[in-house]
Design a binder for this molecule. Structure first.
Ligand code: GSH
Length: 220
């Protein structure tokens, strides 16, 4: 049985959704964030040295990194939600699997850190920290993010799904950046294709089933 180490309100929601779409049996081990720091609890470090989620256990393997987990599960399901090898769609699929965590998430993480920096600073320093963080957001982070958001809108104007004409695991992988971007950076405002993508995935029965099993998730 596949075991998913699921952190509440996190990227691992994608793995639950993928498993529901693929129809694979799984069991969830729930881990709760520290309400103050929002960091993962030590229980996750007992599973993998980095203590991040998602991590899955299956057949004696411990697998971390969402992209690696997605590849493993699609293979296990006999190539489900994965375009055929040697096709342009398969190349696009591989690209988006890597892009989601490698290129889209870093500026979104910067946005989260810089936009909350002042609230975590000592009261006296808050105006200064707010001003420095605001400059970083305005001068660097927001332009980077807008370039990614426009890129997604352009892609979804040409094809309905990230890897082409069919829904695939690449869309599941891209769901978290798009959800976080809509929440933190207004990505869906004035970008009808990004909005429609989010509305469409949120209506999928497997997405709803995964939400029920995973517990509270801020981005749906
Ligand atoms: N690139 C990794 C990122 C893993 C990651 O940062 N997970 C977050 C969940 S959204 C986490 O565990 N955060 C809690 C912590 O860092 O303590 C992946 O896609 O699996």
């Amino acid at each position: 049985m596949i075991i998913v180490h699921h952190l509440n309100n996190s990227r691992s929601q994608r793995v639950l959704w993928l498993l529901e779409e693929l129809g694979l049996d799984y069991e969830i081990r729930h881990h709760q964030r520290d309400p103050q720091t929002m960091l993962a609890p030590p229980s996750l470090k007992a599973v993998h040295p980095l203590g991040k989620s998602p991590v899955i256990e299956d057949g004696g393997y411990v697998i971390a990194e969402t992209g690696a987990i997605v590849e493993y599960l699609c293979e296990k399901a006999g190539g489900g939600l994965r375009p055929a090898a040697g096709t342009p769609d398969r190349l696009a699929w591989t690209y988006w699997l890597h892009y989601a965590e490698g290129s889209a998430m870093p500026p979104l993480l910067l946005k989260l850190v810089f936009s909350t920096m002042a609230t975590r600073a000592p009261a006296l320093l808050r105006p200064l920290v707010r001003s420095i963080a605001g400059q970083a957001e305005k001068g660097f982070i927001n332009p980077q993010l807008n370039s990614h958001f426009d890129y997604w809108e352009g892609v979804l104007t040409k094809v309905p799904w990230f890897a082409g004409q069919a829904f695939s695991a690449a869309d599941i992988m891209m769901s978290f950046p798009l959800e976080a971007a809509a929440d933190r950076g207004g990505a869906a405002e004035g970008r009808p294709k990004v909005r429609a993508f989010l509305d469409t995935i949120h209506a999928r029965p497997a997405y709803r089933a995964a939400l029920e099993k995973g517990g509270p998730y801020a981005y749906a």
